[in-house]
Design a protein around this ligand. Structure first.
Ligand SMILES: NC(=O)c1ccc[n+]([C@@H]2O[C@H](COP(=O)([O-])OP(=O)(O)OC[C@H]3O[C@@H](n4cnc5c(N)ncnc54)[C@H](OP(=O)(O)O)[C@@H]3O)[C@@H](O)[C@H]2O)c1
Length: 338
């Protein structure tokens, strides 16, 4: 049982999922404190029959806390997560602030649950697209090592936060009414359009989201040399990210074997019906804990039968963020290391 849990960024797209998940999973917490910026202080949130008042985040927010979920961006995590850890809380951080720190475990419970033991007060939740890909690829990699991954993402607006979701809604209405779409969050029109992921491009030509998928997967899999390339795209979908994943295995592998492995893998639901063409879709992945995997087929460009193509859809606010964080905290309870 946790005595006092803090949720930092509780009014955000990810933050709001925590309370509902805690109720749904009967998460053992005696007391919960919701924290956000001064803009939201005093605002009330009702969940599972209880009403909570948002408090302003400050250096003294973590007194008596033994667990703190952070989802308020990397700058806030850098400033406040060490304070929370110093006050005695285990921090589960959804931002990118500490993910590549060698002293901070980066955990997907279905992949590397043992890593939680190595924490020094902070545990990082991986990037949302990375988690969704890792949950689908890891069970295959354990049976037949993956030698190369090529991933193309179709990422929803809510991946950029609550304001981005509202922007998609507003722009959609404006375009349909023949008005000029209002642009505030995204650099380009998101309604009825798609564009390269809105993170900075580095000197290699990759954007930050793509680099995260490569570097974080290598850390989570414990495979620093794994060949991975990614193309990340933002699409006009409200919720749930989708990904086309092309894999090259060490040995030949058949789609039927892939299907069998994935059908018994944790956190996955196989949706792979050729007739009628029912495959993973963000609408069906939204609100679900499992990631949907389908379009399982042999990559015909690899004549030795070592290539497989997959399509994955996963709710990035749940498995890509809040759910993965809650599962990490549940692991801490079951393994006893707090
Ligand atoms: N969205 C996703 O799918 C996703 C997935 C994985 C990880 N993440 C990560 O999770 C974090 C939050 O993302 P989000 O999508 O939930 O963003 P969001 O909807 O924009 O929410 C941001 C939250 O941070 C709070 N906040 C902002 N500035 C603050 C400050 N100075 N002090 C205290 N609280 C502050 C906001 O509070 P106010 O309401 O008071 O402004 C709000 O609760 C980010 O690090 C993001 O990279 C997001």
């Amino acid at each position: 049982m946790f005595k006092h849990v803090a949720i930092v960024g509780a009014t955000g797209a990810v933050g709001r999922e925590f309370l509902d998940l805690m109720a749904a999973r009967k998460f053992p917490a005696e007391r919960v404190t919701l924290l956000a910026s001064a803009r939201s202080a005093g605002q009330k949130i009702t969940a599972n029959g209880s009403t909570y008042t948002i408090a302003e985040l400050g250096p003294a927010s973590f007194e008596g806390c033994d667990l703190a979920f952070f989802s308020a961006g990397a700058a806030i995590s850098r400033e406040f997560a060490p304070l929370a850890a110093k006050a005695g809380a285990v921090v589960v951080d959804n931002s990118s602030a500490f993910r590549m720190d060698p002293d901070v475990p980066l955990v997907v419970p279905e992949v590397n649950p043992e890593a939680v033991h190595r924490h020094n007060g902070i545990i990082a939740n991986p990037n949302c697209s990375t988690i969704i890909m890792n949950v689908a690829v890891w069970p295959l990699h354990r049976v037949n090592p993956v030698r190369r991954m090529v991933v193309s993402t179709y990422q929803s607006a809510s991946g950029a936060g609550a304001a981005a979701m509202r922007e998609l809604e507003q722009q959609s209405r404006e375009v349909l009414e023949g008005k000029e779409p209002t642009m505030a969050v995204f650099p380009f029109q998101i309604a009825f359009n798609l564009f390269s992921h809105n993170t900075p491009i580095d000197e290699t030509g990759y954007n930050t989201e793509e680099i995260k998928m490569v570097a974080e997967t290598r850390k989570i899999f414990g495979e620093p040399g794994l060949a991975i390339t990614a193309t990340c795209i933002r699409v006009p979908v409200f919720r749930a990210h989708s990904e086309a994943v092309n894999l090259t295995f060490e040995w030949p592998i058949k789609p039927a074997e892939v299907r069998t492995i994935l059908e018994s893998a944790p956190g996955i639901r196989v949706v792979d019906q050729a007739s009628p063409q029912h495959f993973p879709m963000p609408i069906e992945a939204s609100g679900r804990n499992e990631c949907l995997v389908g379009r399982i087929r042999q990559d015909i460009s690899q004549p030795d039968g070592r290539g497989i193509d997959l399509f994955v859809s996963g709710d990035q606010l749940l498995k890509g963020a809040a759910l993965n964080g809650i599962q990490i905290a549940e692991l801490l309870l079951t393994t006893g290391k707090r």
